[in-house]
Ligand binder design. Sequence first.
Ligand code: G3H
Ligand code: 13P
Ligand code: ZN
Length: 339
Amino acid sequence: MPLVPGRQILEEALKGGYGVGAFNVNNMEQIQSIMMAARETQSPVFIQASRGALKYSNLVYLRHLMLAAAEENPDIPMAMHLDHGNNLDSAKTAVGLGFTSVMIDGSLKEDAKTPTTYDENVEVTKKVVDYCHQYGVSVEGEIGTLGGIEDGVGSGQIHLTDPVQAAQFIKDTGVDYLALAIGTSHGAYKFKAAPKLAIEIVTKVRELVGNVPMVMHGSSSVPKELVDEVNQYGGKMPNAMGVPIASIQEGIRSGVAKINVDTDGRLAITGAIRKVFATEPQKFDPREYLTPAREAHAKVVAERMRQFGAAGHAKDYKPMSLDENKAFYLSKSKAGASK
Ligand code: G3H
Ligand code: 13P
Ligand code: ZN
């Protein structure tokens, strides 16, 4: 199956009432474990790279590793997605690399720290939409800000999304799907007390805009067993806490179609590697610790695919090409212009 525009994967997910996991990658093993899980569960999937991941891999390595994943898995609908693009240039880079889905996080300025005004967010997002749609590439925007700071990304403060503003933002920009701030944060320390998400924001946006897929960032569940394994073998992650799976499932029932998960994979990989280092210190062949790491990562990803309801949906639809998606955007803009 060729790489699929993100729009098709998420619109199918909304129709089918399930969520699609969007998993972050930085290297070959992470890509392989996510695809192992997608094959095992027969799930559509987003493989996503942050700007940090692209920089780490010198752009071209991740591109070819993702293309290898698509080639090796012809039956799995897969989107190649840029996570948290910060300007038009980052979108152009992703389109040039062959990505089929691009996020522009206009909720923050280019420094990826300072919150923007509504007008600034619309301006940069609209530019990215106009650019990407010419190539049939789908676009994710964001309104409201998440908490947490990962790799220097994030304002560190949560500003929950205003649903009325979110509905207006979709009209003003033409984004294909929209990330909302509903109380989650990036990273392993999302809550100090019992987690509470503002799912009513998702419900309200859906009432206002209908079937526009919504995106939940900061969705790692930070399972106790993964954190315990990290800590048992020399790690130091006290009081880590994530989003309960039941809250994500409530989000999916309300209109969330894309669920971003990075931290859970990092925990699984780190715990597995630490275990080998601590219990078999004589080992020094990277394959001997990266193989268990890959298996631990695949296990948590497969679990999420089942929990999000994506399992078994890989062959539900005929994949669309970027050219077909480009024609869709063209006809939509012509219809808009003739009104
Ligand atoms: O949004 C944050 C993702 O977890 C990516 O993190 O920027 O450290 O690659 P990163
Ligand atoms: P987590 O840190 O909860 O895994 O969130 C990842 C994310 O939102 C990537 O954009
Ligand atoms: Zn994110």
